[in-house]
Structures are given as C-alpha cells and as structure tokens.
Design a protein. Structure first.
Lengths: 301, 342
C-alpha cells in the first residue's frame, strides 16, 4: 500500500514538474534557447507574491493577477535585451548570458530578501493541508490536485494557442524556419519576444505553486532549473505533452526513490534522467526509433 | 583561402619576434615563481597557490568550451571528485602528495566512460547534463561514510608536514600542475588536435565531412579537462585541508570558470590566463563584500556575453593582431606590413 501511495504522490509531484518545465520546454521548442535563469525567475515570482501577501495581505492566487503581467513584461524585456543579442553571437552565448543572469538574480534576491526560508503556505488558509482520501486509503493533498489541474490547463492552453490562434501559427512558423517565416511576413523578432513573455507567464504561475507547496530561499532557483530540465529532457524537449510525461516520470522516480533510501529522492531522479539519456543513445531497433521521436525538436504540437 | 596577389609573396609564420620574447619571458617568470616560497611571505604563497588553481580551472574550461565547443556547467563534478579521491586515497594510506596526482589520474580515467555518453549530447543538453552529473556524484560521495555526509572531513594525512613545508609543497604542486597543463594545451593546440578542435567548434558536421575525427578529438579534450579540474580540486583540498562536499561540488566553481574565460577571451590561448589573474585580483579586492561581489561577477559575465563576447584578449588579438603565444598561423607578405592572425 505504501508503494501505491508513493506512486500517487509521485504522479502529483509530476504535475508540479510539468508546470515548472513547460516554459523551459516552450522556449527551447520555439527558439532553441535553454534559459539557465528559468528556476531563478520562478523564485523571483515567488518572492513577489510573498511581498504582496506579507505586506498587503493579498492571497497568492489573487496576487498572480499582478505578478503574471509583470513577469510577462520582464520576459519581453529579457528577450529584447539579453536573449536576442546573445543568440545572434552563437548557440553557446545564450547559455552564458542566462547563467550570468541567474547569478545576478539569486544573489540580488539574497541581498534584498535575506537568507530566511519563506513559504506562501501560511497565506492560503487550509488549502495547504486539506486533502481527499481516495479508495484504498491513499491521501492526496488538495493543493497537489490543484497543481496538477493547473499544469494540465496550462499545457492545454499552450497547445490550443499554438494550434488555433494566429499568434500560434506565427510562432510555429518562426520555430520551424525563422528566415522563411520572415519572407512571408512574420516578424520573427517580435514573435520570439512574445514567446519569451508567454514562457515567463508560465514561470510566474510555477513560482506561485513552488512557494505554496514548499519553502524557498534565494538559492532555490538552480535546483528548480535542474528539475525542470530533467522533466523536459525525459519527455523530449519541445513537445509539450512530452513534458507532462517527463514530469510524471521524474516525480514518480523521486517519490519511489525516497521510499528506498533517505537520499533516494534526488539520486533516483538524477539517475532516471541519465538512464533516459543513455537509453536514447544506445537503445536499438524500434525502441530506439520510438525514443528518437522524443529527441529535442521544434514545438509542433 | 585567399589567393596571394601576384606582386607579393605570402609567408606563413607561427613565431614572431613578439611571441618569441613573450614565451621567453613566461618561461623566465615561471622559473622565478618556482623560487617563490624561498623569499615570499606565507600569505603571498597561499594567495599565489589559489591563483594557480584558478589558472588551471580557466585553462581547462576554455579548452573544453573555447576549443571543443563543449560548454559544461558541471565541471565542479571533476573538481569535487578530484578532492574526494585525494581524501579517499590518503585514507587508504597513500602518501598525501602522491594521492593528489593519483586522484587526478583516477578521475581522468573515470571520465573516459562518462565521455562515452555525455559527448553524445549537444549544446544545452550537454551543459545541463553535466550539471546533473555533478549533482548526482555529489550525492553519491555523501554516501561514503568517510565523508560523514555534508559535515565533510579533512585531509588529515597532511598534518604530518610542518605548516611551512606543506605550504611550499602545495605551492610547487599547484605551480607545476598549472605550468604542465598550460604547456600541454599549448602544444596540443599547435598540433593536429588544435586544428581539429577549432574546426569542430566552428562547424561539427563540416569538420566531420572533411575527415576530422570529431569524437576522438572531443574525447581527448574532455578527459584532459576532467583531469585538470580534478587536479585543481585535489590541490584545493591540499591548501584548505577541509573537504566539505557541498563546497566542492558547488556550481559556483563553474560560475568562476565562466567568468574567467568569458572576460579573458574564450577560444584564445592567452585569454583564460588573463581572466584568472583578473578574477584573482577582483576577488582579493572585493571578495569580502560577499553577495555584492557575486552580483558584480554575474553582471560582468552577462555584460561580456552581450557586448564583448570575444573577451578582452579576443579584442586585443582582433584589433592589434597580437598573439603572444603562437597557437595559430600568421600570414604576412614579404614587405612585412600588417600581418593578420589566422
């Protein structure tokens, strides 16, 4: 029974990872950029929500009304000032510039907010501990379920946006071939800036759930980046639904690992990630072909 | 390849009078530094040891990113593993200074199977894949009872030397490691590997299509870099005695390497050395300011990536055609005016 419980908890945790990772996956799919400041930006959103809750008594979910547009704007600026410029100078430079940005963000947050560990749990009333009991005695937290549902909604929303809207068409065109897209009147530059803004919208929401379900401090970002990246790669980057699968695989692995050994949570997660990478390279035959389809590719839904 | 115009003969040279002078000067400086512990104060010797270790890290990260195009955010894996292996070997009874060398060698050998699948990854995947590997190795090292989890342990075996002797030995070990690795990279870059690595960095597919042995060249540089970073980690534990896994496996080390190489000049030979000296100077001056110093480092790296991606030495090379350590080729016409660096 304990294993079933761990499985369900892992599944729920996977929902959070999918939520955290979808912005990273989206940006990679559209622009081939891996934003190493991804986790730090989620923590920034968490701090903004914390400020609103602590100073003005605003419920974190309500606070998102202000923080989401702010983060989207930040995304647009980030693209114009940093990503666009460094992407022009080669594939490796965005990694370097976003790593520098992450260092600046983490340490600035330390400077401004101090070393204290924070959480939004005290500001969401009973949502942080209310739960439902499933048949079989497995208990699931309402917040975990909400996280999972939000992840599904966000992924579904991104999918619909890409598939149905005019912006989605332009994003897909620019992701597929930016130069050709330019020829037929797509302004790749502003499409990319808009994509970064969209990605940071999801990052803002992920930050809210990070802070509601757990604690955070100024240096939480890099660890979150690693989790997000693992989910993205396990699921096959650029494919949005793959990110959901990747998140769940990671969450379940960590949850089962934690049951085996006190250090097992992280070890199992990292090992699963490396095994997937290894399998992707060395698997043979049809299994290999199937794994190949999970390879990094453009965001075609 | 530019065709020479008919009136001039083009000569291909490697050495110029400037570079001959520079290399002689460097050899003289290294010999002088070797005498350091005989006349420098204990504090200066310690600080210089730190500088040499930074130099090793910058050289190794640059070899990987600047020449093989492999940007790793996880070189702390080897730094930490080198320190751990040194502590482990010393605990087995190996003489501590021999343990440092052996530790680096063991990690170098270990990096071979690691390279087998990490090198299949490209770009960002490789970068963060290495980071995950570092995290995993950190956790695994914590499982060793000798280390006592995050509490860490010390390289107790070093206590058998008097403090002054130990300081001098560690200094010499660091200086020798840096000098040997620097000359090794120099010789490698001048040879076939250097040409191959730069071809790979510029365009991997094209390099492969003209017969460059892409994987073999990358693997060689990957293993060299692992060896060098492990040596740096082992030397660090020799100079600071304590081994705390969290400090050694911290991504901070990679942040330092990126800073040094990016500011100095990625993909140039002289750049990382200049970067290490600059980083060392900045740390000495502002290190005590803590967080503000770290914000400054991050911001500087960010600005260099955006505004001056070639780094300081890259700009010097481009504008003045100056190359102190000749790893490339120079074309000059017989009249001898304005040679261009290739």
């Amino acid at each position: 029974m304990i294993w079933l419980n761990q499985l369900v908890q892992g599944l729920m945790l996977g929902g959070y990872y999918a939520l955290l990772a979808c912005g990273l996956s989206f940006m990679f799919g559209v622009m081939r950029i891996i934003n190493l400041a991804h986790g730090s930006l989620a923590v920034l959103s968490a701090y903004l929500l914390f400020l609103l809750a602590d100073r003005y008594d605003i419920h974190p979910l309500l606070g998102l009304v202000a923080v989401v547009p702010a983060m989207a704007l930040l995304g647009w600026v980030l693209h114009r000032l940093v990503l666009e410029r460094s992407a022009r100078a080669g594939a490796l430079l965005p990694l370097l510039s976003t790593f520098g940005l992450a260092t600046v963000l983490d340490n600035s947050m330390f400077q401004v907010f101090g070393a204290d560990t924070r959480s939004l749990a005290p500001y969401i009333d009973s949502l942080s501990y209310d739960s439902w009991t499933l048949p079989g005695g497995v208990i699931v937290g309402q917040l975990s379920v909400l996280t999972f549902v939000v992840a599904l909604a966000l992924l579904g929303g991104l999918h619909l946006m890409l598939a149905r809207t005019s912006l989605g068409r332009r994003i897909r065109a620019a992701a597929h071939d930016a130069d050709t897209a330019q020829l037929v009147g797509v302004n790749a530059r502003s499409v990319y800036a808009a994509s970064t803004a969209i990605a940071l919208t999801t990052v803002a929401i992920a930050g809210a759930f990070l802070a509601m379900r757990a604690t955070f401090d100024p240096y939480t970002g890099p660890q979150q980046l690693i989790f997000a990246f693992e989910a993205v790669v396990i699921g096959g980057a650029g494919s949005l639904w793959g990110t959901l699968i990747g998140g769940i695989v990671l969450g379940v692995a960590q949850s089962l690992g934690a049951q085996v050994h006190s250090q097992g949570f992280l070890i199992a997660g990292h090992t699963t990630f490396l095994v997937v990478l290894l399998a992707r390279e060395y698997a043979t035959g049809s299994f290999r072909r199937w794994l190949r389809t999970l390879r990094l590719r453009a965001a075609t839904p | 390849m530019n065709m020479p115009s008919r009136s001039t003969t083009v000569r291909v040279t490697r050495w110029t009078s400037t570079s001959i002078a520079a290399v002689s000067l460097i050899i003289a400086a290294q010999l002088l530094l070797a005498l350091g512990p005989l006349f420098l104060s204990a504090n200066v010797v310690d600080r210089l040891t730190t500088l040499f270790i930074y130099g090793i890290l910058a050289l190794m990260w640059n070899a990987l990113a600047g020449y093989a195009g492999l940007l790793s955010v996880g070189q702390q894996a080897f730094f930490g593993l080198g320190a751990y292996a040194a502590v482990r070997l010393a605990d087995f009874g190996v003489s501590p200074y021999l343990a440092l060398l052996l530790a680096a060698a063991v990690v170098g050998v270990l990096s071979l199977p690691i390279s087998a699948f990490m090198l299949k990854l490209r770009g960002g995947e490789f970068a963060i894949g290495m980071w995950v590997l570092a995290e995993l190795l950190h956790l695994l090292v914590n499982l060793d009872n000798l280390i006592q989890g995050e509490t860490g342990t010390s390289l107790i075996a070093l206590q058998r030397y008097a403090a002054d002797d130990r300081r001098a030995y560690t200094y010499w070990a660091a200086l020798a490691t840096m000098a040997v690795l620097a000359w090794l990279v120099f010789v490698m870059l001048r040879g076939k590997i250097g040409t191959a690595a730069q071809a790979i960095r510029d365009n991997e597919e094209a390099a492969g299509s003209v017969g460059v042995r892409v994987l073999a060249s990358k693997r060689l540089i990957f293993v060299l870099s692992a060896f060098g970073c492990a040596a740096a980690g082992a030397l660090w534990v020799a100079s600071s005695i304590t081994f705390q896994p969290k400090t050694y496996f911290s991504v901070q080390w990679t942040a330092y390497m990126i800073f040094m190489v990016l500011v100095g000049g990625i993909g140039t030979y002289e750049g990382p050395i200049l970067g290490a000296v600059l980083f060392f100077t900045i740390e000495t001056l502002f290190g005590a300011t803590g967080v503000v110093y770290l914000i400054g480092l991050g911001a500087t790296a960010l600005l260099f990536a955006l505004l001056l991606p070639r780094g300081i030495w890259g700009e010097v090379e481009r504008r003045l055609g100056l190359q102190l350590l000749p790893v490339g080729y120079r074309l000059s016409d017989s009249a001898g005016d304005s040679p261009s660096t290739r």
